[in-house]
Design a protein around this ligand. Structure first.
Ligand SMILES: NC(=O)c1ccc[n+]([C@@H]2O[C@H](COP(=O)([O-])OP(=O)(O)OC[C@H]3O[C@@H](n4cnc5c(N)ncnc54)[C@H](OP(=O)(O)O)[C@@H]3O)[C@@H](O)[C@H]2O)c1
Length: 275
């Protein structure tokens, strides 16, 4: 595993996504992942699986300091009091005293940004979170948020994969000294329709999904959080540290990115950066 060092925080470059994992399957998946090389788990209040994620962490036997755990506050809970209650409830469900990273899940234009970022910083000051960040923030809003947070935000979690260009936002996160955490990093498992991935997979003896994850981690300060509930695919998704794409191959994959390649088009989403 490689780690991203952002400010004083060390974040494993691959984490386990847990969207749509529920019940015992969620707990078993988290436990299996932590026993098989993962040390970074991504959840959210909205996923309604924090209790099961907590059960999986306990069942894994992993020591809490060895785990990097992220949760998020949903976009209708961004007023100061609601924010604080959401973060406290998440910790109770996750059966932990702190998360390693607390994110604002989506921006909400009806609640002042200063109030939300103030509540986020307060959660860190109270020790509920070791580090803080945001999710689904376009560049202009991200700059304002980082300013309001006094430079403490460590990442912006957004959709990013070979078919969605994020050139502008990547540059913004780098300018602000932050990481970019890629969600839907493997295009929901649908990368292998593209010939380039099949060719590179053959060359390196890897799968198209592994080629995609390798492309993510070879970019500066990019983190990817693929989800799988399948033991073989879970293991395969971190078996990407024994080969290297060359600069031409990196560029060829990056060239596939299109602004219209977005899979998640939430009605409450922001206006994204023009590409
Ligand atoms: N901040 C946000 O607004 C936001 C939005 C969306 C997602 N997220 C986070 O990002 C995580 C990842 O995104 P995602 O789950 O939507 O999409 P994803 O990770 O790109 O894809 C997950 C899908 O790919 C399949 N898969 C996994 N490994 C595979 C492999 N090696 N080969 C073929 N198929 C494979 C999985 O099926 P199997 O389980 O059957 O393997 C699953 O259907 C989420 O789980 C969540 O934690 C955040």
């Amino acid at each position: 595993m490689i780690f991203r060092s952002i400010r004083d925080v060390s974040i494993p470059a691959i984490g386990l996504g847990t969207w749509d994992l529920r019940g015992s399957q969620c707990a078993q998946t988290v436990s299996f992942a932590l026993q098989n090389g993962y040390s970074h788990v991504d959840t959210a209040a909205y996923y309604e699986n924090e209790s099961e994620v907590g059960d999986g962490i306990r069942a894994s036997g992993m020591n809490r300091p060895d785990l990097f755990l992220t949760t998020k506050v949903w976009w209708d809970q961004l007023a100061a009091d609601a924010f604080s209650t959401s973060a406290e409830t998440s910790l109770r469900k996750l059966q932990t005293d702190y998360v390693d990273l607390l994110l604002v899940h989506w921006p909400n234009p009806d609640i002042p940004l200063a109030e939300t970022i103030g509540a986020l910083v307060e959660a860190k000051d109270r020790g509920l979170a070791r580090s803080i960040g945001v999710s689904n923030y376009p560049s202009a809003l991200l700059r304002q948020a980082q300013d309001l947070a006094g430079g403490q935000l460590v990442t912006n979690q957004v959709e990013y994969h070979p078919f969605l260009s994020q050139r502008t936002l990547l540059q913004t996160t780098q300018d602000l000294g932050m990481a970019l955490t890629a969600y839907c990093p493997i295009v929901k498992g649908r990368v292998d329709q593209e010939g380039l991935f099949r060719d590179l997979a053959e060359k390196y003896g890897k799968s198209p999904v592994q080629i995609t994850l390798r492309w993510h981690v070879q970019q500066p300060n990019v983190i990817a959080i693929p989800k799988s509930s399948n033991p073989d695919r879970l293991k395969a998704n971190i078996e990407i540290f024994d080969f290297e794409l060359d600069s031409d191959e990196m560029a060829q994959i990056s060239a596939l990115g299109r602004p219209e390649g977005r899979l998640i088009n939430a009605a409450w989403g922001p206006v994204w950066d023009p590409e």
